[in-house]
Design a protein around this ligand. Structure first.
Ligand SMILES: NC(=O)C1=CN([C@@H]2O[C@H](COP(=O)(O)OP(=O)(O)OC[C@H]3O[C@@H](n4cnc5c(N)ncnc54)[C@H](OP(=O)(O)O)[C@@H]3O)[C@@H](O)[C@H]2O)C=CC1
Ligand SMILES: O=CC(=O)O
Length: 332
């Protein structure tokens, strides 16, 4: 059957219907009543830098949201907005129709979904679990297996976009898994994001996210090298940021982070420890297909150095400090 191609007006992306790979996108989610298209109760597990604003946007859109977080105090701002609270992931899942999870890493995502009092214990036929954490494909498949063994549906939906896009409802969802759950939660994704991709089988969303973040992690290291080199040879790094912003290698990330990097300030939007986790997972992924990724491997080493310098919870742009430390080390 010939695939039908449509064009998303907002992103100018092809939409291919009638095949397993369906790439679709949504319009802006700024309407306050965008959540109305979803009937039912929504659970949200994990209220860190990303989870809190995502859940907050669902509440503001009029959704009936129940939250849980390991550190309970992080629930308080959401409860003030009208969220309900349950004392475990299992209780959230059993009281909600669809439950989202935004956890730190593969270990926490698996524990919250599959561990004692985990979400799987509260799942049942008719319910859905949407994991928006950045994990590897094997973890996602493991979580999917636990969830679907209860008769519930599973969708992985990691996001591209950081703290500000999460606050503004402008995330990019990279989804894969149960297509009917994808369609069911689309109105909710549209509250939290500006676009969504449906990529087929579980694992494809996770690997897409790792590929994107592998590129981002290497780009940041290259940018940091450029800023430090320019300073060393007597140029103003602020001018470098300006020059880059006007040319073909312009990226929002450089304009956003560059000025504070020049001032050695790293207000956390994307924690450095998570960027290093993503590079580690991308390296493991590349290993499975014997694909050399030497630039990403070198970048990963620098993020590891930055972690050893105590910068794990700073923004990932603090990787520049690892380069400064290397220079100082080589001068001694
Ligand atoms: N920040 C960003 O720019 C982006 C992040 N991501 C990804 O989203 C995910 C979340 O990121 P972010 O919000 O920044 O991270 P944070 O570190 O701010 O939040 C992590 C969340 O995971 C919870 N958590 C950690 N370990 C456990 C555990 N063992 N059991 C239960 N809960 C646990 C934390 O709970 P507690 O509060 O108790 O510590 C917190 O709710 C990560 O996978 C990250 O890679 C994706 C896109 C952008
Ligand atoms: O995962 C981080 C992001 O900015 O996207």
């Amino acid at each position: 059957m010939a695939a039908a191609f449509l064009l998303c007006p907002r992103l100018a992306l092809p939409l291919r219907r009638g095949s397993r790979l369906l790439v679709s996108c949504s319009a802006s989610s700024s309407d306050a009543d965008a959540g109305v298209g979803f009937q039912g109760r929504v659970g949200f597990l994990g209220l860190g830098i990303m989870g809190a604003p995502m859940a907050s946007n669902l509440i503001k859109a009029g959704c009936d949201v129940t939250v849980w977080n390991r550190t309970k105090s992080k629930c308080d701002p959401l409860l003030s907005l009208g969220a309900k609270f349950e004392s475990s992931p299992a209780r959230v899942a059993s009281s909600c129709d669809v439950t989202f999870a935004m956890l730190a890493d593969p270990e926490s995502a698996a524990e919250v979904a599959c561990g004692a009092n985990g979400a799987a214990e509260g799942m049942a036929p008719g319910k859905g679990y949407v994991d928006v954490s950045t994990v590897d494909d094997l973890t996602s498949k493991l979580i999917g297996k636990h969830i679907t063994s209860t008769g519930a549906s599973f969708l992985e939906a990691p996001v591209s976009g950081s703290k500000k896009p999460a606050e503004d409802g402008l995330l990019i969802f990279l989804t894969a898994g149960d297509e009917s759950l994808y369609k069911r939660v689309a109105p909710l994704l549209d509250v939290m994001g500006k676009s969504r991709f449906y990529l087929g089988d579980v694992g494809n969303g996770a690997t897409m996210k790792l590929v994107v973040n592998m590129v981002m992690g290497s780009m940041m290291v290259s940018f940091a090298e450029g800023l430090l080199l320019s300073e060393k040879v007597g140029l103003d790094p602020n001018t470098v940021v300006e020059v880059i912003s006007q040319g073909a290698i312009n990226a929002p990330m450089f304009s956003l982070k560059g000025p504070s990097m020049v001032k050695a300030a790293y207000p956390t939007a994307f924690p450095l420890k998570h960027q290093q986790k993503d590079l580690r997972l991308a390296l493991a992924l590349a290993e499975t297909v014997s694909q050399p990724i030497p630039t990403a491997a070198a970048a990963n080493e620098l993020y590891k150095v930055a972690k050893s310098l105590g910068l794990a919870d700073q923004d990932f742009s603090a990787v520049i400090e690892a380069l400064k430390a290397k220079v100082q080390g080589s001068q001694q």
